[in-house]
Design a protein around this ligand. Structure first.
Ligand code: AMP
Length: 170
């Protein structure tokens, strides 16, 4: 199935010069949605995953569905101040300034095998910070998955030697 055909490209959103990859058009199509979750699950079908971690907020949509598909639990990584219990945080660079993401300290038990999911890999800063959080909690990262990767930004160079799985490349 040609999943790329379900992504809507919106110029100049959220600001001038950005060509935004809109996944709502893919989510709205039942066949495309099912195919997306099946393809995301493919590398993990051997049962080597204990937990799926998803990054706020579009990583929640795909991550929860993937966890359900694999029959494992889901852990959210959130923007600062959203998680109610004890957290650790990681900072990463934006075009201007920095941003931060958080995870509950008890969300991952040491040695658990973790797949981390987000909708899109751009510069890689967000996912690199997520990998740092999972590693700090001694989770074993068995894979990093994206629906979309912007190859020309070389984001995967920030993601070390972990296996990276992407469904749609630009
Ligand atoms: P980065 O940290 O640069 O890899 O950015 C990844 C995050 O920014 C993802 O969570 C995406 O949802 C979002 N993002 C970055 N660029 C785009 C884009 N062109 N279209 C849609 N989302 C984007």
């Amino acid at each position: 199935m040609d999943l790329k055909g379900f992504i809507r490209e919106v110029p100049d959103f959220p600001k001038v010069g950005i060509l935004f990859k809109d996944i709502t058009t893919l989510l709205a199509d039942s066949d495309a949605l099912r195919a997306t979750i099946e393809q995301l699950a493919q590398p993990y079908r051997n049962g080597a995953v204990d937990l799926v971690v998803g990054i706020e907020s579009r990583g929640f949509i795909f991550g929860t569905a993937l966890a359900h598909e694999l029959g494992v639990g889901f852990v959210p990584i959130r923007k600062p101040g959203k998680l109610p219990s004890e957290t650790i945080s990681a900072e990463y660079e934006l075009e201007y300034g920095t941003d931060k993401i958080e995870i509950h300290t008890d969300a991952i038990a040491g040695g658990q095998k973790v797949a981390i999911v987000d909708d899109l890999l751009a510069t890689g800063g967000t996912m690199a910070a997520a990998c740092q959080l999972v590693s700090e909690l001694k989770g074993e990262i068995v894979g990093i998955s994206f629906v979309i990767e912007l190859d020309y930004l070389n984001g995967r160079e920030k993601l070390g030697d972990w296996p990276i799985h992407t469904l749609i490349h630009y």
